[in-house]
Every structure is written in C-alpha cells, then in structure tokens.
Design a protein around this ligand. Sequence first.
Ligand code: ATR
Length: 291
Amino acid sequence: MINGKTKVFGLIANPVEHTISPVIHQMIYDETGYNGTYNPYFVPKGHLEEAIKAMKALSIEGLNVSVPYKVDVMDYLDHVDITAKVIGACNTIVWDKERLIGYNTDWIGLKAACDLEGIPISDQDIVILGSGGSARAVAYMCQHEKASTITILNRTVSKAEEIASLIHDIHPNMMIYTGSLNDLHLVNKGAVVFQTTSVGMHPHLDQSPIDNDLFFDKVDFIVDIIYNPKETVFIKKGIRHGAKTMNGLSMLFFQAVKAFELWTHMELSNEQSSRLLMELENLVYKEKRLS
Ligand code: ATR
C-alpha cells in the first residue's frame, strides 16, 4: 500500500498507455517487499527537459525512458554511462547523490534473457536484422559476450554500416559484416538471429522482414524482440523450420529487473526472476493483459 515512505519510480514516453512496465515493477515489489510504486508518465512533445526537472523537483527515485526520448534525454542528464553513450540510447535514469546518471539496461536485460532461455552468444555467428536503437543494444551485447562474427542486415544499409563502425571503435578485432535484408549469402549455417525491426508488429502483423525458406533452413536460434504478438510471422516460420526461438518479453522483463537493481541496490535471485517471468507470461498471454 502506498504511504509517505513509498519510493516513486516511473516511465517517461510518448505514447505511454500500452506499457506493461508498471505490471512488471509491481510484481518485483510484491516479491521483494520493496515499498515502491511505478507510474507511466506521458511527456508531450517538447516537454522532455521539464520532465527531467520535474524528476528532480519531485524527488522521483528513478525513471525509465522509452520512445521517442531515449536519445534526446541524454542532453538533460548530469552524466551518461559509457555503455549508454556507445549504444547511443539511455533507458534508465539513476540518482548518484545529487546527480542524474543515464544507463542502458536493454543490452544487459537481453543478455540475462538469452542466458535464461539458452540462446548462445559467445563464439556464435550472430545476425542482426534492423539498425535502430534496439539493434545497437543487441550489437553491443554480442561484442561484449565475444560473438564470433556479427552480421547486420538492414533495409537502409548505411545505418547498418554506422553500427558496424561504432562496434569497431570499441572492439577493433570484431568481425562485422553488413548488407541489405536480401544479402542472405552473408548468413552462416547455425546462425543466431536477432530480429529488431518493427516488421511483424501491429499494423504489420502478417509481414516478416525475411521470407526466404533458405534463410530459415540455415538458422538455429531466432530472437524477435517484439513481444506483442507473442509469435510474429518471423518466429512462426523459425519454429516451423526447427529453430529454437525467444520473443521480446523476457528482454523487457530483465531490463526492468536490472533497472530495479540499479535503483534500489537489491538483487533478485535466478529462481525469483524465472518464477516472476513465468507469472508475467501467464498474465500477458493467457489473461491478455496487453491492450
Ligand atoms: P528501435 O529503436 O526500436 O530499434 P527504430 O530506430 O525505429 O526502432 O528502427 C526500426 C528498424 O526497423 C530500422 O532498422 C528500420 O529500417 P530502416 O533503417 O531502413 O528504416 C526497420 N524497419 C522499419 N520498417 C521496415 C520495413 N517495412 N521493412 C524493413 N525494415 C523496416
């Protein structure tokens, strides 16, 4: 129950009404007994700086940041963690004494999700479809975990090249290839694929960024960072071709766990995380708590 000692957290985004982050954080508070509340805050266009000032004025304990503010918010913080700088996006704001620090917990959430669900990264040939903010977090995670090669395929090849050069700057020996979504000869047999484009999401539910059966015959693991719908056309095709698959819900869950840990210095055990993730899947997909 909320009382005078309740710590306030939240999410700033536009739009914000479809978020399930308040549900995830409430589950974590219930599990740990932490006295917190997590609220969605709609920030109108042009009001981002005021939103950060409000965080300071109201002593809001921590904020997540989502579309479209993950990049611009870095201008209004006192310091941005080096990883968030490299990825070029900040999704978590944390107090450090009097200063606001920006972090990126997307990549570390994805890593935790892959670990739990048995998606291998080290020594693997990774293929990333798309070159937006999410692709950057995936590419950062893959170089950090010492993938064997990273191939970035995107509709706009120049954006894939930008990410490749960014990764080369921090990891000069990393083998990185880039191409368009048609360059399927760049995909190695047994590849681990991360689908980060918006294709397959509402209103493109019946579309897939790649349709070619030869591609699906080659890949062993498919991660689609979309979680609504539960199974995109891309995931469904992967399953039909025998790939092990994972959708984006566990990444979303673990980025929330990592944000909670940064804000409170408390930690969830593996057993707690796995159990809460199962409860979340039930809530979201069986009880249809998605709008
Ligand atoms: P996010 O930050 O979530 O990654 P984003 O920055 O909007 O989102 O990136 C969306 C990605 O989906 C981009 O790689 C985009 O390709 P372009 O760089 O060519 O724009 C990709 N995307 C969006 N619609 C697409 C479509 N119809 N076909 C192929 N790729 C698409």
